[in-house]
Design a protein. Structure first.
Length: 207
């Protein structure tokens, strides 16, 4: 993986770590810790769909692969608190043609992530969007754009997007303007099959 990690993500290259993370409860744990900060297994359990004891087991498993770690104790020092080791994580399929294990592990983690987030836009549209004020509704929405590019050009586009996003991801909380709120930016880059004809139709954007 190249060194253009402007967001400070944890870079995962080990197939075993990818397989360890490719689990709905573990992905939910990392998402919750990244969003809300340190928590105990009991605090995490309702959000990740597991009992406190099962959540604790998954936390220890994630810790084995360096994905979470102990956090500073809370008011109840008897409860172990956990935190994510980084704001986010990234991985990619192995570039070694002989690395079947690495490619298989990356594909499985990708599959689990697609499954986890597939219904996020639908739930947002039904549960969140109706309550937003007009300014936020106008800024939100879906963009569906089809482009004809090489693999190298697509990588350059992804890099350019990260250049724009990185200052907002890494800035100090004290520098956030009044009225700011969390926004989830979901980026899908989905190359089509070689036999598919290019569609020259217009790009679509739904506010």
């Amino acid at each position: 993986m190249d060194s253009g990690n402007r967001m400070g993500d944890l870079e995962i290259t080990d197939p075993q770590t990818m397989r360890a993370l490719a689990h709905p409860v573990r992905l939910a744990i990392l998402e919750r810790l990244g969003r809300d900060g340190p928590a105990t297994a009991t605090e995490l359990a309702p959000d990740v769909g597991a009992t406190p004891s099962v959540t604790s087991w998954h936390l220890r498993h994630l810790a084995t692969f360096g994905l979470v770690r102990d956090s500073a104790p809370g008011p109840d020092r008897r409860s172990r608190r956990w935190e994510a080791v980084a704001r986010g994580f990234r991985f990619e399929e192995s570039r070694d043609p002989a690395d079947d294990e690495g490619r298989s592990a990356a594909r499985e983690l990708s599959r689990q992530m697609f499954l986890r987030y597939a219904d996020v836009p639908v739930r947002w549209s039904a549960e969140v969007e109706p309550g937003l004020d007009p300014a936020w509704r106008r800024a939100a929405g879906l963009a569906h754009t089809r482009i004809r590019v090489s693999a190298e050009e697509l990588a350059a586009i992804q890099d350019g997007i990260e250049r724009v996003l990185a200052p907002y991801v890494t800035r100090d909380p004290a520098d956030r303007p009044d009225g700011s709120r969390d926004v989830v930016l979901m980026r899908y880059a989905l190359p089509e099959g070689e036999g598919e004809e290019p569609d020259e139709g217009p790009a679509e954007r739904t506010p």
